[in-house]
Design a protein around this ligand. Structure first.
Ligand SMILES: C[S@@+](CC[C@H](N)C(=O)[O-])C[C@H]1O[C@@H](n2cnc3c(N)ncnc32)[C@H](O)[C@@H]1O
Length: 268
């Protein structure tokens, strides 16, 4: 993993929240929140909560006296989340690395993590931390993206940027968000953290954007792909325009939609 892969900072949190979250994260946030709500937890920890896509979906439906703690490695992501949830002071936001959680043992009925595990350098360590802070019988629910080929916009943007930077293609999307989708590997990492009851299921959804330009902007400027383009001395505007043209050729010029796929994991 490159050092910039986990740097959701600078202009990224605002663009991520405004463009990426509606593009690909909201359907899965609703799904993860519904799975958590079905467990009727009294205390929930979210790790890698980002700008709060799942936190919002949960907070809207959890009883107000449920303890809800949302954490992320990058404080600017949590600042963006807090802005959106200023009217929910009972939600606790706290900066934390998922691999070293600042909580005592056996504190939570459920630990949730939406599209964060791919960013953890030592996943078994992060899973051990989740296990440690869960009460006995508690539930760990998370999701990860499927193969990039099954996520059409991400695939198209990655292929297009490879043509723009042929000597050193920006591979962030393939390497990290779409780099951890082997169920056997996920199961082995969870077993290494003493999880025994594990289910992993694919979940397809449809990603929609008002225009190819907005989808291109989301990927090229609202994710760490931005830092890869800048590190190559590339113009963000040109990269975004080129990606938008490729998306328009493949998906059309008005509102566009493409297939997305993830794996949903439950472990106890
Ligand atoms: C793709 S975003 C997902 C954010 C959010 N869960 C969502 O659904 O929009 C990945 C998040 O993982 C966070 N992250 C990266 N490494 C982390 C770590 N070691 N511990 C906790 N969070 C981490 C990033 O800051 C970023 O907010």
């Amino acid at each position: 993993m490159s050092i910039t892969d986990k740097s959701f900072i600078g202009s990224i949190p605002e663009l991520y929240d405004r463009l990426m979250v509606p593009l690909i994260f909201e359907p899965y946030a609703r799904d993860l929140a519904a799975r958590a709500l079905a467990l009727a937890p009294r205390s929930v920890l979210e790790v890698a909560a980002g700008t709060g896509a799942v936190t919002r979906a949960l907070a809207a439906r959890l009883p107000a006296d449920t303890k809800l703690v949302a954490t992320d490695l990058n404080q600017p992501m949590l600042d963006q989340a807090r802005k959106q949830m200023a009217d929910a002071p009972h939600i606790i936001f706290r900066q934390a690395d998922a691999q070293a959680l600042p909580f005592d043992d056996a504190q939570f009925d459920a630990v949730l993590c939406q599209f964060g595990a791919m960013f953890f350098p030592d996943r078994a360590k992060a899973y051990r931390e989740a296990k440690r802070v869960l009460k006995p019988g508690g539930h760990y629910l998370f999701n990860v993206w499927g193969r990039i080929e099954d996520n059409e916009f991400a695939d198209e943007v990655t292929r297009t940027l490879a043509l723009l930077f042929p000597s050193d293609p920006p591979r962030f999307l393939a390497r990290t968000p779409h780099g951890y989708h082997d169920p056997d590997k996920i199961r082995a990492d969870l077993r290494a953290a003493a999880f025994e009851d594990i289910s992993i299921m694919p979940l397809e959804a449809v990603s929609t954007a008002p225009s190819p330009g907005e989808a291109a902007m989301a990927y090229c400027q609202g994710t760490p792909l931005r830092s890869e383009i800048e590190a190559r001395g590339g113009s963000l505007e040109e990269a975004t325009r080129t990606a938008a043209e490729a998306l328009a050729r493949r998906f059309g010029r008005g509102a566009i939609s493409g297939r997305i796929q993830a794996l949903v994991v439950a472990a106890g």
